[in-house]
Design a protein around this ligand. Structure first.
Ligand code: PMP
Length: 368
């Protein structure tokens, strides 16, 4: 039996995809070549990348005018490529939200390229909640507006689209891309690395509107210029063929086996509801980190009454075959990540382990 993967990333992948990925190491379908050795210029790979793109377009219902790119460097490189394109030498200011660990990593990278205004900072609330619309004063003159739709570390997720329609909206969707429907036509650029909901690490999906490429600063290195990747259809240099192949398989699974992002959202909502109900009904034994209105469907972050109990809980969970539940190194506690490929059955098993742990230890606390 393999473990149930609740890790914050790399996350769980569908079993059917893992089997096809395993087989592809020996030979990809219809070819006598391993996925690890087949040429990125082969017809086979051309069809893989085309299907991956088509699947993403279909899942998002992508309007005309958008490019879908498969890039390297992770989401962290997007923290730099975006301000290089939209801020460098423009004399404008970019707006950022500082809602948690990952938006906090994006902001200093943007500052290397130009002026940044942080229009909301959740640090004083220990990143336990997200801003309401009336707390945000957006400027019409901003170069762009950047936010993180799902803060993976703190388990905070926006359940609405933010910003103004007349300023390019840029969103890091690394940890909730394709987990729910999206009004994608309202965004200038969306990015998401693969290792949560899409596949293995090594490739990052960027969806960007062609309008953003009208005024590219001079002198960008070719690898950091989106136009190189648009012109070469993501094969400017040797791409991570295996990672892109798995992204194709996962998006095919999402489209044809799950039935699309609306169906996926329903499943994700049911999984998160079960776990949050257990936390809320635990008499405070399990204490959620995020304010209820901003809770993430993807990352459920909580604490137990003491770090000693947290250690014991993690040991019990590991013995029960539950992997990756320790919180992010910056926050501690417990984090259960419920990405698309985490099954309802896995969440049931987690809830059983949590309930039985609470029964044993809550009563011991009372009698002590
Ligand atoms: N943004 C978010 C929301 C993330 O969760 C992460 C990593 N978990 C990153 C960015 C950084 O991604 P990468 O490791 O691909 O650079």
């Amino acid at each position: 039996m393999t473990n149930y993967n609740f890790s914050g990333g790399p996350g769980a992948l569908p079993e059917s995809v893992l089997i096809q990925a395993r087989d592809s190491i020996e030979a990809v379908p219809g070819q006598r070549m391993s996925v690890l050795g087949i040429s990125h210029r082969s017809e086979w790979f051309e069809s893989v990348i085309a299907e991956a793109e088509d699947n993403i377009r279909a899942l998002l219902g992508l309007p005309a005018g958008y490019h879908v790119l498969f890039l390297q460097g992770g989401s962290s490189l997007q923290f730099s490529m975006i301000p290089m394109l939209l801020l460098r030498g423009k004399g404008l200011t970019a707006e950022y939200l500082h809602t948690g660990y990952w938006s906090g990593k994006a902001i200093p990278e943007a500052r290397r390229e130009g002026a940044v205004r942080v229009i909301w900072n959740g640090e004083h609330d220990a990143f336990s909640r997200l801003p309401r619309d009336e707390e945000l004063a957006h400027s019409q003159k901003a170069a762009y507006f950047h936010y993180v739709s799902n803060e993976t570390v703190e388990g905070l997720q926006f359940h609405r689209t933010l910003g103004r329609d007349d300023v390019p909206r840029i969103c890091d969707m690394s940890s909730d891309f394709l987990s729910r429907p999206l009004d994608v036509g309202r965004y200038g650029l969306i990015y998401a690395h693969a290792q949560k909901n899409l596949g293995p690490a090594g490739v990052t999906v960027v969806v960007l509107h062609d309008d953003l490429l009208r005024d590219v600063p001079e002198g960008l290195p070719a690898m950091l210029d989106y136009r190189s990747h648009v012109q070469s259809r993501s094969v400017y240099n040797t791409p991570p063929v295996f990672a892109i192949y798995v992204v194709m398989l996962v998006t095919r699974w999402l489209l044809h086996e799950i039935g699309g992002v609306a169906a996926m959202e329903k499943i994700n909502m049911a999984k998160a509801a079960e776990l949050y109900a257990l936390i809320d009904g635990s008499d405070g034994f399990y204490a959620g980190h995020a304010a209820a209105a901003d809770r993430s469907l993807m990352n459920v972050v909580f604490n137990l009454p003491s770090s000693d109990l947290e250690r014991r809980f993690l040991a019990d969970a590991e013995a029960a075959g539950l992997y990756g539940l320790e919180g992010h190194r910056s926050l501690g506690g417990i984090r259960a990540s419920l990405y698309n490929a985490v099954t309802p059955r896995a969440v049931e098993v987690l809830c059983d382990v949590m309930e039985s742990f609470r029964r044993r230890h809550a009563s011991r606390r009372k009698s002590a």
